[in-house]
Design a protein around this ligand. Structure first.
Ligand code: BES
Ligand code: ZN
Ligand code: ZN
Length: 533
């Protein structure tokens, strides 16, 4: 019997998942061009390997498919069996759609094939991202997850001509925070298939691991990731890069010495001591090169304080350290990539809790730069901790300052989870961030820093500034205007990431949960500064 016939026989009821797994496991299948026989049942469940391949839609040919290089190579070893199966098994695989074939190759009992869309997709001016890269991420993520659900332990992944994006899709798609569950998801290891671009693959693995570190920190419960535990975790993650990294875990006494009255006004309601985490990554061969300064809001739990939040979804406020998580994770990633730039990371870490000692609405506090702030709403705490961190950050004479914060519900109303809101005083910095985000697909959108908003926070009864605007409207913009009062540097950007903090199903290659966005954009942005003096 010719191999192709046998194959069609076996796969006549192809191949949507489990129904026929058992059937196929019992059959003996002719293996590819070498014509060897093998029994799929001999493959132990615990060592089953899978393969994820991509197929493009052929330009100008309705229903036509164009195999990637790896898929074409695989098809060849099976004497065209894969393309034959793709033809007979149903409609053409559209972008993101998948099909699984069982038992067609002796090394890979399960092969997932996923649609990559059109070969010509590329950068899209209206979507502000590279659709081809997004398609690869989505497809490789979907394929890996399908195989993970089949309890495949090791998956080889098609580089799809963009091994970095393929690795990102695989690494991000497989991530699941299940440390605290008794029943965990099947752990899957991945490897590049049919491509020589192992450098691109490794870079993608590192980018995905960076974002997954941020996801892990954000998803973890607030009784596990306290300010102290956060700082210790980052210290551990940076330990392999100790040669180029210095870490300071600044104590409450240091924070007091620095006269960070705004930061301390937030932490005072909690029993957990605050930590001011300071990371120095010295990657540049020129140790005197002005650093990039990244500042992340690190509220490990935001109850709202005395201006207590309503109980529904308050649990999500364990991720209110998303700014600190993405900033620190991007520095860990920069160190892993050995990026030749200097970066300083600052994370004011504390809880925002109500207690007899907590700051009360109407209290006035003094920030590090001497400005007085009337705290009319203790739930607008992010801007207070950032104000002091920004003042301190200027002492390093940074080439640029980027602060990242889950700052306002209003940015979620404005942009949803499509993009991070960026408020910046620098067209140059905006361009760098925007360019990076097109590559990563983790997008940014520029927002205004008009005096109009500044007036709303400087109009204050008792102090220089009010921590909330005098109007309910434009909340993300008044928060940014408040932060600007603590910035004198010419290249500063504030990234409000409250809208992108979590994922339901909007980003197809992230499961439901805390997103770790925009870690990859921060890394790509830092990498883009390498040749910029
Ligand atoms: N951490 C919140 C913002 C937030 C909301 C993050 C939803 C993620 C998802 C922040 O501290 C806050 O409570 N902001 C207030 C400000 C208001 C009191 C002026 C808000 O957005 O409602
Ligand atoms: Zn708050
Ligand atoms: Zn907050």
């Amino acid at each position: 019997m010719r191999p192709l016939n046998l194959c069609i026989n076996i796969f006549s009821g192809f191949i949507y998942e489990q129904q026929i797994t058992m059937l196929l496991l019992r059959r003996t299948v002719q293996a590819g061009k070498h014509g060897r026989s093998f029994s799929a049942s001999q493959t132990l469940l615990s060592e089953r390997k899978g393969l994820v391949l991509g197929v493009f839609e052929k330009e100008g040919e309705e229903g036509g498919l164009h195999l990637t290089e790896a898929a074409a190579g695989f098809d060849q070893t099976l004497s065209g069996k894969l393309s034959e199966l793709l033809k007979i098994s149903g409609p053409t695989l559209k972008q993101g759609k998948s099909r699984i074939f069982y038992g067609i190759h002796k090394d890979f009992p399960c092969v997932a094939v996923v649609g990559l869309g059109k070969t010509t997709a590329g950068v899209c001016g209206s979507e502000n991202w590279d659709t081809s890269k997004e398609n690869v991420r989505q497809a490789m993520s979907a394929g890996c997850r399908l195989l993970q659900d089949l309890e495949v332990k090791h998956v080889e992944v098609d580089g799809c001509g963009d091994a970095q994006s393929a690795a990102e899709g695989a690494g991000l798609g497989l991530f699941q925070y299940d440390q605290l569950k008794s029943k965990k998801k099947n752990k899957v290891t991945t490897q590049l298939h049919g491509s020589a671009d192992s450098a691109g693959w490794q870079k993608g693995v590192t980018y995905a691991e960076g974002q997954n570190l941020a996801r892990m920190l954000m998803e973890a419960p607030a009784n596990h990731i306290t300010p102290t535990a956060f700082a210790n975790t980052i210290e551990e993650k940076l330990a392999p890069h100790a040669e180029r990294v210095t870490i300071h875990k600044r104590s409450q006494a240091w924070i007091e010495q620095q006269q960070m009255g705004a930061f301390l006004s937030v932490s005072r309601g909690s029993e957990e001591p605050p930590v001011f985490l300071e990371l120095h990554y010295n990657g540049s061969p020129d140790s005197k090169q002005a650093p990039l300064l990244l500042v992340g809001k690190g509220i490990t739990f935001d109850s709202g304080g005395i201006s207590l939040k309503p109980p529904s979804s308050m649990d999500a406020m364990r991720a209110d350290m998303g700014g600190a998580a993405t900033v620190c994770a991007s520095i860990v990633t920069a160190a892993a990539l050995k990026l030749p730039v200097n970066i300083i990371g600052l994370a004011p870490l504390c809880e925002n809790m109500p207690s007899g000692k907590a700051t009360k609405p109407g209290d006035v506090v003094v920030a590090k730069n001497g400005k007085t702030i009337q705290v009319d709403n203790t739930d607008a705490e992010g801007r207070l901790v950032l104000a002091d961190a920004l003042c301190y950050g200027h002492t390093f004479n940074p080439r640029a300052i980027v602060n990242v914060a889950t700052l306002t519900g209003a940015i979620d109303v404005a942009l949803g989870s499509a993009a991070t809101g960026v408020f910046t005083n620098s067209d140059w910095l905006w361009e760098q961030l925007q360019k990076a985000s097109v590559v990563t697909g983790d997008r940014v959108w520029r927002m205004p820093l008009f005096q109009h908003y500044t007036r709303q926070v400087t109009d204050c009864q008792l102090a220089d500034l009010n921590n909330v605007g005098n109007s309910r409207s434009g909340g993300a913009c008044t928060a940014a205007a408040f932060l600007r009062e603590f910035v004198t540097a010419p290249h500063w950007a504030h990234l409000d990431i409250a809208g992108v903090m979590s994922n339901k199903d909007e980003v197809p290659y992230l499961r439901k949960g805390m997103s770790g966005r925009p870690t990859r954009t921060l890394v790509e942005f830092a990498a883009g500064l390498v040749h910029k003096g």
